[in-house]
Structure formats: structure tokens, C-alpha cells
Ligand binder design. Structure first.
Ligand code: FAD
Length: 450
């Protein structure tokens, strides 16, 4: 890479280059600290034109490139595998406009999700998706991973809300797919190819996103349930609530283990190992608290609801602190799967029969059939020893349930080897053909996804 430094200096300027190993360290490592790249250079372009010139140069000189947003990927998607050039979008963080007639926001891809929400608040709007990494993840990273999160049960997937995109292709060509029409039936919707493509087909530089009004009221209920059948019975009822905003499940064994890490955070219950806990959010213009309370009380007497905004935040914090706490407990293998909701418990019992073996627990977005299944090991060696066996078992179980090995986190480096099994030979081949069409020299995010 050293021999190209001067050329990159001419394209982006030295103020938009990172070469100091100390500053490169966090960019070379993923959030979970599973993957470590060896990149010697990161560039931080400030315009689409710069991104285009960087890619054109890289394509001509066969320099591999990793697009990087907030680097919060759970699958090593934004971390170099070798010494690829890191192309960070963090300086392309302008919010260009919010159109109050169409409710569409137009922004550069490096804007942090939380900043978009802060900006939209003045209009009483919000982004249609939300996730725990909102303080670090970026618009482009969210779109490139078709991020899921906490609102999918209400709003459906992210891809439904992206109206337009600007994408720089690996050869430097700028593809203008920006669009503010909600309806556009003029043939194949090319932008959909880039949503969820994990930076393997092009670099997203701008987007138009349809926003949602901020609900006037939000009410959170936290319930304790005795067994998994009760959870599923509750899910079936809650699915009929027109104002259902979220349906999140946590095993008691996980919440109990979170206690020491959450310090002064007030627990809604005294958590018990063998119980299940469900967080239900209801949101809308006007909420009939009594109606929902009575309906939910039919399922359990162990129920609390928030009396004010601060209690609402505290209850959500219990759910949102789970992924970060898990990483404080040991060495974690975490799996993000789509399977039928009523199979979550059965699934966990199959991986480690009767839940024996290392500490394992699940939580997740039960409302959309998305389980986060975790196994915690005391040592890295132990984890590596088990990884292959566990993974093969999980893939087989998921496949047999017609599920998905990645519900929302993407494939990245972590699940790449299972893609052929997941997709089947024909689909996988067409995906490869598409990659070759857009990126014949394979410079963009190599050794990821495919
Ligand atoms: P990065 O991690 O930087 O990149 C992700 C992928 O997108 C990489 O392949 C990268 O090359 C590519 N990419 C990034 N920017 C661009 C661009 N502009 N153009 C093209 N490609 C690009 N995910 C969920 O889906 N749901 C959750 O509920 C959720 N919760 C999380 C909670 C925590 C605490 C953390 C740490 C992560 C969570 N995630 C979740 C995972 C992660 O936050 C998402 O995948 C997120 O969308 C990644 O955004 P990012 O900007 O950090 O992208």
C-alpha cells in the first residue's frame, strides 16, 4: 500500500488519510474483537466525487477496498481480512433535507442513526428502524446490511423505506438511483440489489428514506411468564394489537446474569432463572392503557408497566443491555437466526441437549421470529474447540426449519462459508454472477458474504 500513498494523497488530501497504526487499530478490529485486519491506510472522503475517484484508482490498480460505516457489524463485515484499503464514510455526514410533504429525508450515508433521529425530532418524525447501536451505526451501514432491530414487528423491514440511493460502483461510476416518489413502477428496482449487499456491489453515498411520525404515546409492559407455551400464547394475542410496537423476549437466565453489569438500573422484577420475560411496547396516537393491561393480565399476574418516560427507558435498557453484557461474561458465540417463533426453546434444547454444556441462552425479537442464541465460554480455546460442531448443528437445524442463518446481522466473514447451504446452488451462483457483473476485479469487500 505504501507505494500508493502519494496517489491517494492527490485524490483525497492528507487530511483525509489515516496511516498512524494507533489510529488505524480500532478500524482494523470489529466490535466483538473477533477479527483483526492489517490495513495500513484508511481514507475518509468528503464527497461522492472523491469516493468515485478512490474506487476508480483502486480498480485500475487492483487495490482491495472495505467500505466502513460505524463498524458495529456483528459478523466482521466492515473489518479488513488482509490489508485492504479502509474507505470510511464518517465524514460524509450531511443531512441534506427533510421534505414535510413526502416525509422523506435525504442524507449522506455517513450520518449516524441517532443524529438523524435528533434532526427529525423537530419535525416530530423519526427513522423507521431502530437498533441498540444507534449511537454509532450509520445510515449507509444500516442500508448495506438491511438492518432489522426493534421496530420490525411494527414497520416491517428497512428495505421498504429506502426510496432512493446514490451508489458508487467499483469502477468509479456513480449510479444515481435517488428518488422521492413512493410509487415507481418502471421495471426492475435496481436499488434493492444494494440494500443488504454488505458493501460487495457498490458504496452507498446518499439515500432517500421515508420516515415515520413519532407516536404520540408509548406504553411499555414487562411480563413474567412461567413457560415457553405461555410466551407463544401471549405472542398470538399480542399480534392482534393494532398498536403493537415491539415484542421482545428474554430468558430469565440471561437477565439474572445481567444483574451485576447493570449496576443501579432498577429491575422490574426479581428475575428468576427458569422464567421468561417479555417486553411489549404499544404505541400510537392514543393508548387505552386499561384495555391493554386487562388483555395482558389474562396471560400473567406478573406484569408491570411504565408510569413515566424514565421508567419506559429503564425497561428498554434491560432489553438493550443484553448484547453488550453478554460480551462481558466471557467468550461468546452468538447466532442471529430466523426460525418459527414457537421453535425457539426447542431449538436451544437441540443445540445442547437439555441446555447442558456451556452456559447458553437466548433472547430476541420474538415478534418477527428472530432469535439471538448465545453460548458463553470461559476461554477462547474452549470456544474454538466447540465452534465447528455447534455451527454445523445450528445450520442443519435452521435449514430443516426453513429458517435463515442471518436474520438481521448479515453474513460478513462469519457466515460466509454457510451461504451455499443456505441459498442453494442455483441462487448462490446467480449471486456470484451479479458480483462479477458489478465488480469483475473483485476489489470491493473481498472474502465477505459470498
Ligand atoms: P458497518 O459495521 O461499518 O458495516 C456493515 C457492513 O456494511 C459491512 O459489510 C460494510 O462493508 C458495509 N457498509 C458500511 N457502510 C457502507 C456504505 N456506505 N456503502 C456500502 N457498504 C457499506 N443489527 C440489527 O440488524 N439489529 C439490531 O437490533 C442490532 N443491534 C445491535 C446492537 C449493538 C449493541 C451492536 C454493536 C450492533 C447491533 N447490530 C444490530 C449490528 C449492526 O449495528 C448493524 O449491522 C448495522 O446496520 C451496521 O451499521 P454500521 O454503520 O456500523 O456498518
Amino acid at each position: 500500500m505504501k507505494k500508493f500513498l502519494n496517489s491517494f494523497k492527490q485524490i483525497v488530501g492528507s487530511q483525509n488519510m489515516i496511516t498512524d497504526p494507533f489510529d488505524l487499530k480500532p478500524l482494523n478490529q470489529d466490535w466483538q474483537r473477533f477479527y483483526q485486519g492489517k490495513s495500513e491506510l484508511a481514507v475518509t472522503p468528503t464527497s461522492t466525487k472523491m469516493v468515485s475517484e478512490v474506487l476508480q484508482f483502486c480498480n485500475q490498480n487492483n487495490i482491495k477496498v472495505v467500505p466502513q460505516g460505524g463498524n458495529t457489524s456483528f459478523v466482521g463485515g466492515a473489518t479488513p481480512v488482509q490489508d485492504e484499503l479502509i474507505l470510511s464514510l464518517k465524514k460524509m455526514n450531511n443531512i441534506l433535507e427533510f421534505d414535510t410533504t413526502t416525509s422523506i429525508v435525504t442524507a449522506e450515508s455517513g450520518v449516524i442513526l441517532q443524529s438523524l433521529n435528533d434532526y427529525l425530532q423537530a419535525y416530530r418524525y423519526q427513522m423507521p428502524w431502530d437498533l441498540g447501536a444507534r449511537g454509532s451505526c450509520q445510515l449507509g451501514g444500516n442500508i448495506a446490511t438491511n438492518a432489522g432491530g426493534l421496530n420490525v414487528v411494527r414497520n416491517g423491514p428497512l428495505r421498504n423505506y429506502v426510496m432512493g440511493l446514490e451508489v458508487v460502483l467499483p469502477n468509479g461510476k456513480v449510479l444515481n438511483l435517488m428518488n422521492k416518489n413512493r410509487k415507481d413502477n418502471t421495471g426492475t428496482d435496481l436499488k434493492q440489489l444494494f440494500i443488504g449487499s454488505e458493501g460487495t456491489l457498490g458504496i452507498i453515498t446518499q439515500a432517500n428514506v421515508l420516515c415515520s411520525p413519532i407516536p404520540e404515546q408509548r406504553q411499555v409492559f414487562f411480563l413474567e411468564l412461567n413457560d415457553f407455551d405461555e410466551v407463544i400464547y401471549l405472542l398470538r394475542s399480542a399480534k392482534q394489537f393494532e398498536q403493537l410496537g415491539a415484542f421482545e423476549l428474554m430468558e430469565g437466565r440471561i437477565l439474572k446474569r445481567c444483574l451485576p453489569f447493570n449496576g443501579q438500573l432498577k429491575a422490574p422484577f426479581e428475575f428468576k432463572e427458569d422464567k421468561y420475560y417479555v417486553l411489549i411496547e404499544i404505541c400510537g396516537q392514543q393508548i387505552e392503557l386499561e384495555y391493554y393491561f386487562e388483555r395482558l393480565l389474562k396471560h400473567t399476574e406478573q406484569i408491570v408497566f411504565n408510569q413515566n418516560e424514565s421508567e419506559l427507558q429503564t425497561m428498554w435498557r434491560w432489553r438493550e443491555s443484553v448484547p453488550e453484557n453478554l460480551h462481558k461474561m466471557g467468550h461468546v458465540l452468538t447466532y442471529d437466526l430466523s426460525i418459527p417463533p414457537d421453535k425457539f426453546e426447542w431449538f436451544a434444547e437441540q443445540v445442547y441437549y437439555g441446555r447442558k454444556g456451556p452456559y447458553n441462552a437466548f433472547y430476541g425479537h420474538l415478534g418477527d421470529g428472530n432469535i439471538h442464541y448465545n453460548i458463553i465460554f470461559d476461554s477462547v480455546e474452549e470456544m474454538h474447540k466447540e465452534q465447528q460442531r455447534v455451527e454445523e448443528k445450528i445450520i442443519t437445524l435452521t435449514k430443516n426449519l426453513y429458517g435463515s442463518i442471518s436474520a438481521e446481522h448479515g453474513v460478513g466473514q462469519l457466515k460466509r462459508h454457510y451461504m451455499q447451504v443456505q441459498k442453494g446452488k442455483d441462487t448462490f451462483k446467480y449471486m456470484q454472477t451479479l458480483k462479477e457483473l458489478f465488480d469483475p476485479n473483485n476489489i470491493l469487500n473481498p472474502e465477505k458474504l459470498l
